[in-house]
Design a protein around this ligand. Structure first.
Ligand code: IPM
Ligand code: MG
Length: 350
């Protein structure tokens, strides 16, 4: 059996509760045959850390994140952190040299959702674009945000998208149309930046003749995702468009309570639910922990614990599908702890 050190950044709001649930699931794997052992090291980051120390992303947290075998993040109230107070998610994404945030959207049998046939993954660049953090005032009445797009980051993200398409092609889901990358842009309005993005992606596409490559305008893509979600396999996008489309995908597939993600680079990676801090329900023990547990499953897959990743994903989808344990966001009354317990129980039955 292998021992892994996981750096945990619980963050703000419901972050600590949902990461605790994911840790319970990961801990329970040790008693499986040859199951992995996890040593968790918790580090501060987020708005609460800013309040207590003046810096939302201490250097020691970044050092620990780089040292660990992987990183699990809860939720961060970044909107509350004033400029100059630290930028934890961006620091992680830049510092860990993340190539993309990989965000699957999949409808689950038995869970009611606006689309019962979505099974796609959004591969989103997360270090530049409109969120490059280059903003300035022009006089008192105008403000400017610079949308930086580089060939290097676009190429890196594109490669991740095509690799994801290949992985999904190999996976066993014969009913779904696999092996397609759809690059999302608005080149009519953003001629230089999206021109460079598309040029970079096209060049990567030539290395993957086995994967179909197509492009869509962002507005058309948002509509088509709603009208014909089954069309999409891997959606590749720049930072802001991917931020929006990943919430569209989550909304189509039963909501943010199930939306997992992994920010993956060549050397480092970290895993986090797509949802925010949900301050209205924080501390009540009723948040849906499934997005974080599914993010932990992505982490398991990334570190090579494929069987465990599959088992955790299956346990989550089975528990949700049976409709016995569901949290309030999915119309149920279960607590975070109850649904986590049900997932763990099922994991140990199989
Ligand atoms: C996400 C979030 C973040 C982002 C915010 C909290 C900065 O919306 O990961 O989707 O878009 O980068
Ligand atoms: Mg978002």
């Amino acid at each position: 059996m292998t021992t892994y050190t996981i750096c945990v950044l619980p963050g703000d709001g419901i972050g600590p509760e949902v990461t605790d649930c994911a840790k319970r699931v990961l801990d329970s794997l040790a008693s499986l045959d040859n199951g992995p052992i996890f040593e968790f090291e918790t580090y501060p980051a987020g708005h609460g850390t800013f309040i207590s120390s003046g810096n939302a992303m201490p250097d020691s947290t970044m050092v620990a994140a780089k040292k660990a075998d992987s990183v699990l993040v809860g939720a961060m109230d970044v909107a509350q952190i004033p400029s100059g107070g630290g930028d934890p998610l961006r620091s992680l994404r830049v510092g860990l040299e993340v190539g993309a945030s990989v965000r699957p959207s999949r409808s689950i049998k038995g869970v009611e959702s606006p689309a019962d046939n979505i099974d796609c993954v959004i591969v989103r660049e997360v270090t530049e674009g409109l969120y490059s953090r280059v903003e300035y005032m022009v006089g008192d009445d105008a403000a400017c945000a610079v949308r930086i797009i580089t060939r290097k980051a676009s190429t890196k993200t594109a490669r991740m998208a095509f690799e994801q398409a290949r992985l999904r092609q190999k996976a066993t889901n014969p009913t779904h149309n696999k092996g397609r990358v759809t690059a999302v842009h608005k080149v009519g309005a953003l001629k230089l930046t999206d021109g460079l993005f598309l040029e970079s992606v096209k060049s990567v596409a030539t290395e993957y003749p086995d994967i179909e490559y197509e492009t869509r305008n962002i507005d058309a893509c948002a509509m088509e995702m709603i009208r014909e979600p089954e069309h999409f396999d891997v959606i590749l996008s720049t930072n802001t468009f991917g931020d929006i489309l990943s919430d569209v995908g989550a909304g189509l597939a039963a909501g943010l309570g199930l939306a997992a993600s992994g920010c993956i680079g060549e050397r480092w990676a970290y895993f986090e639910p797509v949802h925010g801090t949900a301050p209205d329900i924080a501390g009540k023990g009723i948040a849906n922990p499934c997005a974080t547990i599914l993010s932990a499953a992505m982490m398991l897959r990334h570190i090579g614990e494929i069987d465990c990743a599959n088992s955790v994903e299956n346990a989550v989808t089975t528990v949700l599908g049976h409709n016995e344990f569901r949290t309030g966001d999915l119309g149920g009354t279960a607590t975070s702890s109850e649904i986590t317990g049900a997932i763990i129980k099922l994991l140990h039955k199989s």
